[in-house]
Design a protein around this ligand. Structure first.
Ligand SMILES: [Mn+2]
Length: 349
């Protein structure tokens, strides 16, 4: 961070701080926000986390989660706007493009507060006064950990903070298996364990916290809705509104589904298409190796993200979006065939 000394100076007196993160926060977004909030509260600052939308219930166990304010146009618009306008400092975590926090983006720009960005997504256009932006970081939680160390405050990391940080680190690396998994993040986790973190507790709270309904929905999607296209080394799901209603799916229930498609031996790209209430289609992409799904998402589906994990959306119907995807696969067939192989040990589809 270039101007760390100026930031340290700025934070020597108590400030009113708003922390915000992207729509539909995941464990990295929420974990980094809660860890940063917990840390800054220890320094005597007044901190409010504001999320642009709700988030899945499997994250409700995160320490201090009840203090998060979820923006709701009909319930707290004026209050949220006032908090942004009155803030001395706004901290943006786990996103670096303002549309990802809509409709809070307008409030960030309207506020006179100084801004700090900590993020690991490509395509940073966030107007920050201070930033720790590292695309090679595996998680924003890794950057929050780095930030606390840069500030010289490692001794302030207690077990609740460590749990929040680990939640983002373990999920954004797919339990330390994605390409982004570095020796550094393993060392960071080792440090957190030395501070008293119980990794089994956090892993169970995140991964062994399914509702029966979610598991039955997963079973339905896997048995009825998974389409394999061996010629493109691709697997995908397309889920209609009716199907989601039939299983009464909640925020977060479709999360992770796309990874099951990618777990099939020989598959290089997995996609999930989810029809939304407004008729648009939300898409998630996953890939292995050199196939940059963020480019596909950005070029064709108004989205973006990381090389091997990206999101997008489509204004077309679910069926038309599916057709558009299938047509695109031809264009990427050569890359899909060659993008990664572990040689003869990888099963062929
Ligand atoms: Mn992240």
């Amino acid at each position: 961070m270039d101007n760390l000394a100026a930031l340290q100076q700025f934070l020597t007196t108590p400030k009113k701080i708003v922390i915000t993160t992207h729509q539909k926060p995941d464990a990295d977004a929420l974990g980094s926000s809660l860890a940063m909030s917990g840390y800054l509260k220890k320094l005597g600052h007044i901190v409010q986390i504001i999320t642009p939308t709700d988030y899945p219930s499997f994250l409700f166990w995160l320490p201090d989660n009840q203090a998060v304010m979820v923006y709701d146009k009909n319930k707290n618009h004026d209050k949220v706007r006032q908090l942004f306008l009155a803030a001395d400092f706004i901290i943006a975590l786990d996103f670096s493009q303002l549309p990802r926090i809509a409709p809070l983006d307008e409030m960030v720009l309207a506020s006179k507060a100084k801004r700090l960005l900590l993020d690991h997504h490509i395509g940073n256009t966030f107007p920050a006064d201070f930033q720790l932006w590292k695309v090679e970081a595996a998680a924003t939680c890794e950057l929050v950990y780095d930030f606390i160390l840069l500030m010289g405050h490692k001794h302030l990391i207690d077990i609740p903070l460590a749990e929040c940080l680990y939640a983002g680190m373990v999920t954004d690396t797919g339990s330390f298996k994605f390409e982004s998994t570095s020796s550094k993040i393993h060392r960071n986790v080792a440090d957190l364990i030395d501070l008293g973190l119980q990794v089994n507790k956090v892993q169970r709270l995140i991964y062994d916290n399914n509702t029966e309904q979610r598991l039955r929905f997963l079973g339905y999607a896997l048995s009825q809705k998974l389409t394999l296209l061996p010629e493109y080394k691709t697997a995908y799901f397309a889920l209609s509104i009716q199907e989601q209603q039939q299983f009464n799916t909640q925020t977060g229930d479709t999360e992770g589904l796309v990874n099951y498609a990618l777990s099939i031996a020989g598959i290089r790209m997995a996609v999930i298409l989810i029809e939304k209430n407004d008729g648009t289609v939300k898409m998630s992409f996953r890939s292995f190796g050199s196939l940059a799904v963020n480019e596909i998402a950005e070029k064709h589906f108004s989205g973006g993200g990381h090389k091997n994990a990206a999101g997008g959306k489509s204004e077309l119907t679910l069926a038309a979006t599916e057709q558009k995807l299938l047509a695109l696969l031809k264009e990427y067939q050569a890359t899909l065939q060659s993008c990664l192989s572990f040689g003869n040990y990888e099963s062929q589809v």
